[in-house]
Design a protein around this ligand. Structure first.
Ligand SMILES: C[S@@+](CC[C@H](N)C(=O)[O-])C[C@H]1O[C@@H](n2cnc3c(N)ncnc32)[C@H](O)[C@@H]1O
Length: 242
């Protein structure tokens, strides 16, 4: 199986969603995303959540902007099913698109909905090779309204081995805590094995946040920065000039 295609497997989807709470400072990362979006003088009226998973980022945007219209895009039908269920109260203002943004043709599918006030993505674009990652950043720029934001909550390559070690320790502790809370009997070592040998791990193609921010600047985004960083996770963003 092509590595990123593992996300189409219900077992991979269920494992990710069951352990998402183990991600270090995950809510804070989403808080940074919404703070960036709220820096706009105008409300968000339209947004795209790229690689939406169960729609956790879209849910946060809808919490702040309950009348916004959103497109949730993912190539995993299992994830889209979860997103439809999680966000059913907003069904009338959302569109769910099963698409692969690895194929540049994806932007044609967005023409009916663009331009957007915001495009967000969570732990997703790092599954692409670096050259394609950069192209996607440029494609997103083209889909934004002037003044629109791209916020990427992303798994990135750290400079230090210690950052990876601390990240892994945190995730394993989190997996183990979730196991204990749910009354499971697996040991910390078993949970470490589950985490370290997860099937989607080989799909990760991590790249430093510094390189990715430099791309955003070169593409033409402004206010580009890494707004939050913990171990291997970063929230970086840029705004399309008005
Ligand atoms: C780690 S999950 C994150 C889900 C969600 N954004 C979150 O923050 O919880 C990565 C998501 O990206 C999706 N994905 C990965 N590569 C994709 C691609 N080429 N096209 C569309 N979706 C993709 C996967 O199906 C999965 O739902």
């Amino acid at each position: 199986m092509v590595t990123d295609q593992v996300w189409k497997l219900p077992a991979v989807v269920n494992r990710f969603l069951a352990h998402r709470a183990a991600i270090p400072l995950a809510q804070e990362q989403i808080g940074v995303m919404t703070s960036i979006l709220k820096s706009r003088p105008e409300p968000i009226e339209s947004f795209l959540d790229l690689g939406c998973g169960d729609g956790i980022l879209a849910a946060a945007i809808l919490g702040e902007y309950p009348s916004s219209r959103g497109v949730l895009a993912d190539f995993s039908e299992s994830m889209l099913e979860q997103a439809r269920e999680q966000l059913k109260e907003y069904a009338g203002q959302l569109v769910f698109e099963n698409l692969d943004y690895g194929d540049p043709a994806w932007i044609k599918r967005m023409q009916a909905y663009s331009p957007f006030d915001a495009i967000v993505s969570g732990y997703s674009i790092h599954h692409q090779v670096d050259a394609r990652k950069r192209e996607i950043c440029a494609e997103i720029f083209a889909l934004l309204k002037p003044g629109g934001w791209f916020v990427n909550i992303e798994h990135i390559a750290p400079a230090a081995q210690l950052a990876t070690d601390l990240f892994n320790h945190h995730l394993i502790d989190g997996y183990y805590a979730i196991e204990q809370r749910s009354g499971g009997a697996r040991t910390r070592e078993e949970m470490a094995n589950l985490y370290l040998n997860r099937p989607d791990k080989d799909a990760n193609k991590l790249l430093s946040v510094e390189v990715q921010c430099s791309w955003l600047r070169a593409i033409g985004y402004e206010e580009v920065d890494c707004y939050f960083r913990v171990y291997e996770l970063a929230v970086f963003a840029g705004r399309k000039p008005r």
